[in-house]
Design a protein around this ligand. Structure first.
Ligand SMILES: [Zn+2]
Length: 147
């Protein structure tokens, strides 16, 4: 597992930088987007659900509805700033680390833990359907506390 504390913030505020990141991703840096980007990208890489981000936003006095959080997360995802990891039909996490890697999902804690891409090997992968190519492979290994 990689040590993610190394990517912790090194400057007090990344606001100007985040504004630039949003612009470069083709998103207008509205106050709400910048505030949510700060929560998401202001520290080490992380995995967050829409509900968790909504709670954090409320605690930071950023008043946004859950619907806006969903929209913003999907916009960030479409813009390539976040990776979406679907755990099941009703639950997705958004990963600030968009590089190739896999995940453990701790079912009892509803938490994701990174697995480096190099730790998972495939003996065989089917060819992509005709006219298509594999964009990436997501592995989610579900774990729970051993009794
Ligand atoms: Zn991850």
């Amino acid at each position: 597992m990689s040590d993610r504390t190394q990517t912790a913030r090194s400057v007090p505020s990344r606001k100007p930088c985040l504004t630039a990141v949003l612009r470069m991703a083709g998103l207008r840096p509205t106050r709400q987007r910048v505030a949510l980007a700060e929560l998401l990208f202001g520290g080490p890489h992380r995995h967050v659900s829409a509900e968790q981000l909504h709670d954090e936003a409320s605690q930071s006095r950023v008043n946004v509805s859950l619907a806006t959080i969903y929209n913003t997360l999907h916009q960030f995802h479409e813009a390539g700033l976040l990776r979406e990891v679907a755990v099941d039909a009703s639950r997705s996490y958004f990963d600030t680390d968009t590089s190739d890697h896999h995940h453990f999902y701790v079912e009892d804690e509803q938490r994701m833990i990174d697995i480096p891409a190099s730790s998972v090997e495939f003996a065989a992968l089917p060819d992509a359907p005709k006219g298509m190519k594999v964009s990436h492979v997501d592995v989610v290994i579900r774990v729970r506390k051993a009794q």
